[in-house]
Design a protein around this ligand. Structure first.
Ligand code: SF4
Length: 726
């Protein structure tokens, strides 16, 4: 029996695991007691990871060899790796030569490792000359990134998990860590036991398990967060709970924001948010005073407030405004840069952070550089040894599929994600995939919705089989290690990219040294490290040998002999040109698709405790189905009664884009005229079409693709629907 240390591949908590294996079989998993994210604990998903490698239920069978489909809708036939790689290189080169490089697109994943991400980004931007590379991380944290950048100057969560132990007030908005980040919630429970005076405020349209634990629960209307945060600031200003001296010394933009929030008093916000004005005042008081019930004698001696937030803020057409409006509160009362204080975005996916570090998005470049900055483009071109990096921004996730549906993007390379289940506006996504001349899917699992629509499938290795690194919510970089060999002919993602890239180089740069000289993922890592030199995330002091010797480390870490940095902005100098944080005065805007008489219900979506994404991995573990055996629509009991529906009966949910039939479940924790459907189920699980021929593409066929104008993140958390008997 062998033991291998690695990292859980599910969520952004980034828990350390110890995999046990015998020969080529993973036999068990347990928490790594030495990992600073979880100290040995694992949640229901993490503790059953070994079951995904030995699952008797083969929901999404492993892909073991390259397969091609000679005609759309036809059967898959196997082909040799060399032929598959030649085919991808030839089709991409031909389409680029005929239509230009922007006819190519890459849609990759926050579950790829940093090294995979790096080579994909270099292939698209450095070799092929297109910035059309985006990722499902666009669905995850883009609004948090845009919020941090416009308020604090950099894409850098300033806090660490240790801050839970120092906070006097936890303000959780648009997140349900009890289900979605369970090990962090255990740490929150520990911190509350150690400090019974700590206050927990939860803001959410649903009374979640997290909300059940709150000292103050604000059950807001979907999309009303900015109004709430502005009203809290209004109260803080009115009551004198802000820290005027700190604002004066360390920020800019205060006067404009003060004017903005002047008209958003607690009574006005109560009308928009659907919560009592008194509760808004109480939330403002505890936020400003760090959970204390009496004001601190001196502003500088306030107890600390830590806010935690996730998709409820991010997956919104106002996602960036929501993030910045929350950061405004921290800046107004100096709740940042101290132990237990700061705005802390929780990462959904295991490596959404690592992907941004290498610039693996349509709007970014390596080392947190900006595509729109000519100096940054020149720096990256020099680092990569290419003439130039293209200037034109690429298509972000939704725009990429819209461009494909218009026939502008003609070839798509999708890796480690399932857009035919996970993107909103499924009709458009499927039209896009059908219109593309060539769709290649690089995946571990062969039975996903996207696999059914691809022309060529490349089998990839997955958790327990590959080597690399990931970055978790607190900027901590952990090693991912292989315990066993991948099944069949599956290969590591970075290796597949390099093999295609070298074939393309033979066509595009004949006779010149390769841009992809990597023999191991560590060699990719070392090149990536060098691109971060002098940047905010500098990790030049973080070798794999150091990660081996000292364990997971947060960035920045520029000095191999010095400790890494756990908390940012402790000197109150921010990452802006003048070192001052920025107040952002964006006004509240309603959701993109308002409810009306024809579509009176506000539909929200989210994760279940025991499942992950489109079920490819977690859905193979029998035990994990006990928590929620089937998809349902949850409605308030009043709404069932009004529609004459009984528990378990079938209801039809209709949006302006599609319809879905699901059993109803009464749940008084859902507000009246709202509905909740978990995001996990798609066509592959719901079995194709129902008796009337309607596509069972899961809840995302109902959601719209409207995006936040700054982050370009779609509003997956809200759509207007009608509900009636099926
Ligand atoms: Fe894995 Fe997240 Fe659970 Fe930790 S909390 S074990 S990272 S799913």
């Amino acid at each position: 029996m062998r033991e291998t240390k690695s990292t859980c591949p599910y969520c952004g908590v980034g828990c350390g695991v110890i995999i046990t294996s015998e020969g080529d079989q993973i036999t068990g998993v347990r928490g790594d007691p030495a990992h600073p994210a979880n100290f040995g604990r694992l949640c229901s998903k993490g503790s059953t990871l070994h079951g995904t490698a030995t699952a008797p239920v083969k929901l999404h069978e492993r892909l073991r060899q390259p397969m091609q489909r000679l005609q759309r809708g036809g059967a898959l036939t196997p082909l040799a790796w060399a032929t598959a790689l030649d085919t991808v290189a030839a089709r991409f080169a031909t389409i680029a030569a005929t239509h230009g490089p922007d006819a190519l697109g890459f849609y990759i994943s926050g579950q790829l490792l940093t090294e995979d991400y790096y080579v994909f980004n270099k292939l698209a931007k450095g070799l092929l000359g297109t910035n059309n590379i985006d990722t499902n991380s666009r669905l995850c944290m883009s609004s948090a990134v845009a919020g941090y950048k416009q308020s604090l100057g950099a894409d850098a969560p300033p806090c660490s998990y240790e801050d839970f132990d120092h906070a006097g007030c936890l303000f959780i908005a648009g997140a349900n860590p009890a289900w979605a980040h369970p090990i962090l919630f255990r740490r929150i429970e520990d911190a509350r036991r150690a400090n019974p005076l700590m206050k927990l405020i939860v803001v959410d349209p649903r009374r979640t398990d997290t909300a059940e634990e709150a000292d103050l629960f604000l059950q807001i209307q979907p999309g009303s967060d900015v109004a709430l945060f502005h009203a809290m600031l209004h109260v803080m200003v009115w009551e004198g709970w802000i820290d005027a001296a700190w604002i004066d010394a360390h920020t800019a933009g205060w006067d404009a924001l003060k004017r903005q929030v002047h008209g958003m008093g607690p009574r006005e916000a109560a009308r928009i948010c659907g919560v009592p004005a008194e509760a808004i005042v109480q939330a403002a008081r505890w936020f400003a005073w760090g959970g204390a019930d009496t004001p601190p004698a001196e502003a500088s001696r306030r107890a600390a407030t830590l806010s935690l937030y996730c998709q409820g803020l991010n997956q919104s057409s106002s996602g960036t405004a929501k993030n910045s409006a929350l950061i405004n509160l921290h800046l107004a009362c100096a709740q940042i840069g101290r132990p237990g204080a700061g705005p802390f975005s929780l990462t959904g996916q295991p490596n959404a952070m690592g992907g941004r570090e290498v610039g693996g998005m349509a709007t970014l470049l390596s080392g947190h550089r900006e595509l729109t900055n000519p100096q940054h483009r020149a720096e990256v071109a020099a680092l990569w040894g290419v003439d130039a990096v293209p200037e034109k921004p690429g298509h972000a996730a939704m725009a990429m599929f819209e461009a494909a549906a218009r026939g502008e993007v003609k070839a798509l390379w999708i890796a480690c994600t399932n857009p035919a289940q996970s993107l909103p506006d499924q009709a458009l996504v499927r039209e896009a995939l059908a219109k593309c001349e060539f769709v290649v899917l690089q995946e571990a699992f062969g039975g996903t919705e996207t696999a059914a629509l691809a022309d060529l499938l490349l089998p990839a290795s997955t958790w327990g089989e590959k080597e690399g690194t990931v970055t978790n919510s607190e900027r901590r970089i952990s090693r991912v290690r292989a315990a066993v060999a991948a099944p069949g002919e599956a290969r590591e993602d970075w290796r597949i990219v390099v093999d295609v890239a070298q074939r393309l180089e033979a066509r595009l740069r004949p006779g010149r040294p390769t841009l992809f000289p990597y023999a191991t993922p560590e060699s990719v890592w070392n090149e990536h490290r060098e691109t971060t030199r002098g940047r905010d995330l500098d990790i030049t002091g973080l070798s794999w040998a150091r990660l081996e010797a000292e364990g997971p480390q947060p960035w920045p870490c520029p000095d191999a002999a010095a400790p890494a940095t756990a908390r940012l902005y402790t000197d109150f100098r921010f990452a802006t040109a003048d070192g001052r944080a920025r107040f952002v005065d964006t006004a509240w805007k309603p959701v993109a698709e308002g409810c009306d008489a024809r579509h009176p219900f506000a539909l929200t979506t989210g994760r279940l405790r025991d499942q992950w994404h489109g079920l490819s991995r977690s859905g193979t573990v029998t035990k994990l189905w006990a928590h929620a055996p089937q998809p349902v629509v949850q409605l308030h009991p009043q709404d069932l009664a009004r529609r004459g529906l009984r528990e378990g009966e079938l209801a039809e949910l209709k949006s302006r884009r599609g319809s879905l039939v699901l059993p109803v479940q009464a749940d008084a924790r859902i507000a009246p005229l709202q509905a909740f459907v978990a995001m996990h189920w798609g066509e592959a699980v719901l079995a194709g079409r129902d008796a009337q021929g309607r596509l069972r593409a899961g809840v995302n066929q109902l959601m719209h693709g409207k995006v936040d104008p700054q982050s370009l993140q779609p509003e997956l958390k809200h759509a207007a629907i009608a509900i009636g008997r099926a």
